[in-house]
Design a binder for this molecule. Structure first.
Ligand code: ATP
Ligand code: AMP
Ligand code: MG
Length: 195
């Protein structure tokens, strides 16, 4: 356990993590004139994987063999843990990545303890809304997933978030990202960042 102020923000693809984070960071700047460093685990992994010419797009990474994903995750995790030592940090990532061979653990013990967050936030939304957000977002190649399977994925993410809390002593906070209510979710994330 440590007294650092890293907040890890998780949630299934298309739930709105990056959108809520960006809004919360703007709120912190506006209300407190403080900067928050946002570290996107997927971007860090993509830099590692694209430098090795393994993928051309960030959405290709979860299709790689799981051993290859773990290898890239390890390099990226070391980079993230090093950068996360500064004052206010958010890590934008996933607790469970749906691969061709089951769920890959996004925050295995060595990643979780190296980052040592104060809180793990789990962003959740209505499964129907998530399916629509994925298909309506032209900037990404998100998986088409049945609503029932989105529901199960979200339930599994609760268990995975609690596992990170168990390993690190972090609190676990569920934030609902309701349709059209990004500000409401961002206000809760702002409060966690500033706590
Ligand atoms: P990924 O894990 O794939 O990076 P993400 O969780 O970061 O996904 P975003 O990219 O933030 O998801 O959001 C996905 C889409 O949903 C975007 O088009 C975004 O504008 C939209 N969106 C996010 N939050 C809401 C909301 N509360 N209401 C309506 N649309 C939303
Ligand atoms: P994102 O933009 O958050 O969806 O991240 C892009 C991709 O990076 C994801 O689809 C995953 O393939 C990968 N990724 C992100 N975080 C992790 C993690 N902690 N462990 C393994 N893969 C991850
Ligand atoms: Mg994102």
């Amino acid at each position: 356990m440590s007294d650092n102020s890293v907040v890890i923000v998780t949630g299934i693809p298309g739930v709105g993590k990056t959108t809520v984070i960006n809004t919360a960071v703007d709120m912190v700047k506006e209300k407190h004139n403080e900067d928050v460093l946002v570290l996107n685990f997927g971007t860090e992994m993509f830099e590692v994987a694209s430098a090795k010419k393994i993928v051309e797009d960030r959405d290709e990474m979860r299709k790689l063999p799981s051993a290859k994903q773990r290898e890239i995750q390890k390099s990226a995790g070391e980079g993230i843990a090093e950068k996360a030592k500064s004052a206010r940090v958010i890590v934008d990532t996933h607790t469970l990545i749906q691969t061709n061979n089951g769920f890959l653990i996004g925050l295995p013990e060595w990643v979780a303890t190296a980052i040592s967050p104060k809180t793990v936030v789990l962003v959740e939304a209505d499964p129907d809304n998530i399916a629509a957000r994925r298909s309506d977002d032209p900037t990404r190649e998100r998986d088409v997933q049945a609503v029932e399977s989105i529901k199960v994925h979200q339930e599994m993410c609760r268990a995975a978030a609690v596992a990170v809390g168990t390993l690190t002593g972090a609190t676990v906070r569920i934030i609902k990202n309701r349709q059209g209510k990004v500000e409401e979710a961002a206000t809760q994330l702002h409060d966690t960042i500033m706590e």
